[in-house]
Design a protein around this ligand. Structure first.
Ligand SMILES: [Zn+2]
Ligand SMILES: [Zn+2]
Length: 151
């Protein structure tokens, strides 16, 4: 990703750190320290980058670069925070609550045609599939075969 590589070069961490995409969805960005002479990694979630605007993504890249600059041992302390703000970030530990992600809402259905509840997640819940699905019963109707659908 151009922006990440440019920012990493600009802040002098592109020698010690490489950029890598990651498939994680809940984790938007990650800084992995160098180990045993191998370069560290600044990683970004593909999902996150695809769904959000460049300013938000840019701030996440700066967040991770600040970790790389001061060392991961500082975690999200004041040393890290000052560095993050100094290079143009917003100083926040977490991503904005306005972040878009691919979370979906899933509904647990009774075969009698009503919903028992909902659950948010990145993939269909695995409870009540296969064997468990045949055994699980709606308390109201006492019929087996509860199943999940996407809302
Ligand atoms: Zn962090
Ligand atoms: Zn029912």
């Amino acid at each position: 990703m151009r922006t990440a590589l440019d920012l990493m070069a600009q802040h002098g961490v592109s020698g010690a750190y490489h950029f890598r995409w990651m498939t994680k969805k809940r984790t938007k960005g990650q800084c992995v320290p160098p180990i045993d002479g191998r370069p560290g990694l600044i990683q970004l979630s593909r999902d996150y980058v695809a769904l959000n605007d460049i300013d938000m993504v840019r701030n996440t890249i700066l967040h991770e670069i600040a970790h790389a600059m001061v060392g991961c041992q500082h975690a999200h302390n004041n040393v890290w925070r000052r560095q993050f703000i100094a290079i143009g970030g917003d100083g926040s530990r977490t991503v904005s609550p306005n972040v878009k992600d691919s979370t979906k809402t899933y509904v647990l259905n009774c075969p009698k045609g009503h919903a028992l509840g909902t659950k948010k997640g990145y993939r269909m819940p695995t409870a009540y599939t296969a064997k468990a699905k045949r055994q699980a019963r709606c308390r109201e109707h006492n019929v087996p075969g509860l199943y999940w659908t996407e809302a």
